[in-house]
Design a protein around this ligand. Sequence first.
Ligand SMILES: *Cc1c(COP(=O)(O)O)cnc(C)c1O
Length: 240
Amino acid sequence: MGFVERYASTLEEVAVCCAAAKRDVKEVRVVAVSKTVGMEAVANAIEANAHDFGENRPDSLVEKASHFPEENWHFIGNIQSRRIPDIVRYATLVHSLYQRHHVAKFDAAAAALDKVQDVLLEVNVSGEASKSGLAPADVASMLAFCEDFSHVRVRGLMTMAPQGDTKVARRCFEDLARLQRELKTTLTPDRAAVFNELSMGMSEDWREAIAAGATIVRIGRALFDDTFEKDPYPGEDTTR
Ligand SMILES: *Cc1c(COP(=O)(O)O)cnc(C)c1O
């Protein structure tokens, strides 16, 4: 199986998960995380009708997005101040904003390009020390802080779940969805109207994320990696 087949079967399964959750499949966008692959693989994915791509390094974002400017590019990686102008030039949506001192820099870079930068606030729902993001209790004040910047528009929240246990992941996604609903009621009508996105779910846990309300799933290995196994122990007899 190549990307074409994996992408098609993933979209089919997304539709099944949406139906099971009584959700409209149009609410869910699949971002193909292309961070581990080169230009040819991206070109091949575009041929297969993928038009949203995720990158976690500014250099790769610049290289790929400048080559394929018609596609939607999602920046999902660690943000460094000096790279913010590059990110703003190419990113449709930035998923990983959480530091206050970056907000003015995004605002200035976006203003210089006469753009409003759509962003998500990254939340560390699980509290794992290895993960970045705002503590859930700090998101409301970050949202209020962002309101003063007219070239930055907060579209929703993003998280990464702990790996290895889909039940734990599901709880993490449900917590983020609840937080998003609660925060939405505190926003002005204008801000609330665009605060709709929940970016959560990766190759191993996107099904749980859709069940919990994800509007964007970020899938890398399950689309691009020929060796990815949904079941990490294929062939092992679990009935014994
Ligand atoms: C790499 C990455 C993904 C995709 O992970 P897979 O497990 O390969 O699907 C999603 N989100 C972020 C932030 C990533 O860095």
